[in-house]
Design a binder for this molecule. Structure first.
Ligand SMILES: [Fe+2]
Length: 533
């Protein structure tokens, strides 16, 4: 019997909720039912009724990312079985959604007089989980007591599962409109995301262990035993100590999209982790195999699936010291707490930041800075730009901030002083609001309203406003969704003349004209600041 083996560097784990790829809104107990009822069931019903319509729609590249299931019509029977099972297993979630709709009506009818008489009228299953409040214009809303909901039967961990498989190429099917059916070559683990056996498995990326032992911990069925054995290798990885930066100053590595590894001799910081698996490729990039053994801080900018990616985080859970996330407003339906969410899926050390909250770290500090826009004007507070001060250098990871009010950056500049390096996303042609937030609405939006409120980052003019006010010495455009290993969560199939790219190139030209070092990293990049430069 084999004993000590390593987990292969191209083993993936897809977190699923009722077999749909799990992201931000599929974890919190108050939002997950809304997505089940208003997105998943609707898409599956539509496919079962007319699979050919879906197949035909996906022939048109312009409809990629739309509500169409990416399976041949022949699999309609399997989708129908998943649909039936979801309706049956999620009966309580569907009742929860009805209760939310009823609560919404109750609040809409509030007249500005005391809300106390409304409490007995709150649907029974929500009583004790919501506080009713007015804003100063006497518009009523409900505040969800999330920690209690996570401890209630409404948090359905039994709907969580994970799919293990080997990844051998970048191309992966788009996940937000198609559930995962049991797929050949994949092992479906019916376990909660927080299960410590997941940690035991991914520790074997670094330390050899017994596949038999971890199979027992994960409850691998005998029928999957042969497939499971293929996830392991005798070959030891490159020691992660070789990946660790030990020089002077700061080393910054671009790992794709918004994922940047910032290291000094004393500390390792990883932003918005979305990391490629390791397999032979024409496009060499930093992968899981290039990470240091320990990541002291993971910084999350916001909940969008390309920034808060559970798939990557679960694999790194035992290696992350502290996750730093923006603090949500507390209880508003569209703004669930990222801290609660991460604790629920097994991360014990999570720090929530408000604007200008500062955490000292060895050789510097982390500070949360305001991030406007890109959330369709919804009152979502769980978003932050991260200012990383390290070894005397200041790096601003601005994520998808949209300078809808440029004067913000005058005030930020006055408050924090010079910025050495800024990373800014420029996805300026985002989807309309309903594409992401529609399932949270009880009534559909008017089309014009929907089109006017978009998931937009800064365009060229707005980015120039930021640069001219913050005056960073170096500016890099990142988070553009161009790396092919994001194909399962993004459908940005950029052509050379795409407005996002034209805007980004115009910004680069502006920077060069103003003596600012600039670039748009792609696939893999590296730079040094300070003594290491
Ligand atoms: Fe975003």
């Amino acid at each position: 019997m084999r004993t000590a083996q390593y987990l292969k560097p191209n083993v993936s784990i897809e977190p699923l909720y009722n077999q749909w790829y799990a992201w931000w809104y599929l974890i919190p107990p108050q939002t997950a039912p809304m997505f089940v009822a208003n997105l998943h069931l609707r898409i599956m019903k539509s496919f079962v009724t007319a699979p050919d319509v879906h197949v035909a729609a996906l022939q048109n590249p312009a409809l990629a990312g739309g509500p169409y299931i990416n399976y041949p019509a022949a699999r309609a029977g399997e989708i129908e079985r998943l649909l039936d099972r979801t309706v049956k297993d999620q009966a309580a979630s569907l009742r929860f959604v009805e209760a939310l709709a009823e609560l919404d009506k109750l609040l809409a009818a509030a007249t500005g007089h005391s809300l106390e008489p409304l409490y007995p009228k709150v649907p029974d299953l929500l009583q004790g989980y919501v506080e009713l409040t007015y804003d100063l214009n006497h518009r009523a809303s409900a505040r969800f007591i999330e920690p209690l909901l996570y401890r209630s039967p409404h948090y359905r961990e039994s709907s969580q599962s994970m799919l293990l498989r080997l990844i051998t190429e970048d191309k992966r099917p788009y996940v937000f409109s198609t559930p995962r059916l049991d797929t050949e070559g994949a092992i479906h683990l019916h376990r909660a995301f927080r299960d410590p056996a997941v940690d035991a498995l991914f520790r074997m990326r670094l330390e050899p262990g017994s596949p038999d032992d971890v199979a027992a911990q994960l409850g691998i069925e005998p029928r999957d035993a042969a497939l499971f054995a293929q996830l392991f290798t005798d070959e030891a990885p490159r020691p992660p100590s070789a990946n660790r930066y030990t020089g002077d100053g700061v080393r910054i590595r671009y790992l794709g999209h918004a994922c940047v590894l910032i290291e000094s001799r004393d500390v390792t910081i990883l932003t918005d982790p979305v990391i490629s698996y390791d397999f032979p490729t024409e496009l060499p990039r930093f992968t899981h195999a290039d990470l240091p053994e320990r990541i002291d801080y993971v910084l999350i900018t916001h909940g969008h699936a390309d920034h808060l990616m559970l798939e990557t985080l679960l694999q790194l859970r035992t290696r992350i010291g502290t996750i730093v996330v923006p603090r949500s407003g507390g209880g508003y339906l569209a703004d669930p707490s990222l801290g609660q969410l991460l604790r629920a899926v097994g991360f014990e050390r999570v720090i929530e930041l408000e604007d200008f909250d500062r955490i000292p770290i060895p050789g510097g500090a982390l500070t949360g800075l305001p991030f406007f826009g890109e959330h369709c004007d919804l009152n979502i507070r769980a978003k932050t730009a991260h200012l990383v001060q390290l070894e005397g250098k200041a790096m601003l990871m601005a994520a998808d901030a949209n300078a809808i009010e440029p004067r913000l950056y005058d005030h930020v500049h006055a408050a924090v002083g010079p910025i050495d390096v800024m990373f800014l996303g420029m996805e300026s042609e985002g989807a309309p609001m309903s594409w992401m937030y529609g399932p949270l609405l009880h009534t559909p939006m008017a089309r014009k309203m929907d089109q006017s409120r978009r998931v937009n980052g800064s365009n060229c003019e707005r980015a120039i406003e930021i640069v001219s006010r913050l005056r960073p010495a170096q500016v890099y455009v990142y988070a553009m969704g161009r790396e092919p290993w994001l194909s399962h969560v993004m459908v940005l199939d950029y052509h050379e003349e795409a407005p996002q790219l034209l805007g980004a190139r115009k910004l680069l030209q502006y920077c060069r004209d103003h003596g600012i070092t600039t670039g748009m990293p792609y696939i893999r990049d590296e730079l040094f600041l300070g003594a290491g430069a």
